[in-house]
Design a protein around this ligand. Structure first.
Ligand SMILES: [Ca+2]
Ligand SMILES: [Ca+2]
Length: 202
């Protein structure tokens, strides 16, 4: 059973990749979905790492370098305070297909997770932020201070929260193996980042 599921997932991924390869040669096959960055997502097994995220990491690095250069150019006597870049929190890796058979065990549920990464230098309190799937299942962060350049992994199952691992305390999987979307919103319900995988049909 598990071998069959894994094989199915494998072919699904291969199908997705070959589909994208075909899309490059034939423009009419390019998906209508506007988030083409997500269509370029690198998928390895049940883990997704969006190309857009990689690009944003690079962009952040370039901006940081530019900021350093700009800061270096400001005379020491200048009264202008150096610009403080806003912290950038993004979705990191997502293991939407828990390895092995999906038996709803606590261990298996917790091997399904989504990472939230603070790429900025300053800590961000995620209190009131939410992480939701396409069907609206929503996890709300409580008072969690995410340090700069650090990651918290949001597990689906039950567990005791730490600074780097928090638990949705669910008894069922939330991230669909076939296709789904993770949406991160801040405490004002503003979308901060999204990541999707699989086919973009509902
Ligand atoms: Ca699985
Ligand atoms: Ca779901």
């Amino acid at each position: 059973m598990s071998a069959f599921r894994n094989t199915t997932a494998f072919f699904r991924i291969c199908g997705g990749i070959s589909g994208k390869v075909r899309a490059i040669g034939q423009a009419e096959e390019v998906p209508a979905h506007p988030r083409t960055d997500q269509a370029r997502a690198h998928r390895i097994g049940g883990i997704i790492m969006s190309a857009s995220r990689t690009a944003r990491h690079l962009a952040a690095a370039v901006l940081a370098s530019a900021a350093l250069l700009a800061a270096a150019a400001v005379p020491a006597s200048a009264s202008v305070r150096p610009h403080q870049p806003r912290p950038t929190v993004i979705l990191g890796q997502i293991q939407y297909d828990s390895p092995g058979r999906d038996d709803r065990s606590r261990r298996s549920l917790n091997a399904e997770w989504v990472e939230v990464t603070n790429t900025g230098r300053h800590a961000v309190n995620l209190d009131g932020w939410t992480l939701s799937d396409r069907d609206g299942h929503t996890y709300r962060f409580e008072n969690l201070r995410l340090d700069g350049r650090s990651t918290v992994r949001v597990h689906t199952g039950t567990g005791r929260d730490t600074r780097h691992d928090v638990y949705q305390d669910r008894r069922a999987y939330v991230w669909n193996n076939g296709a789904d979307q993770a949406t991160l919103r801040n405490d004002r319900d503003r979308i901060i980042d999204t990541a999707s995988w699989g086919r973009n049909h509902h």
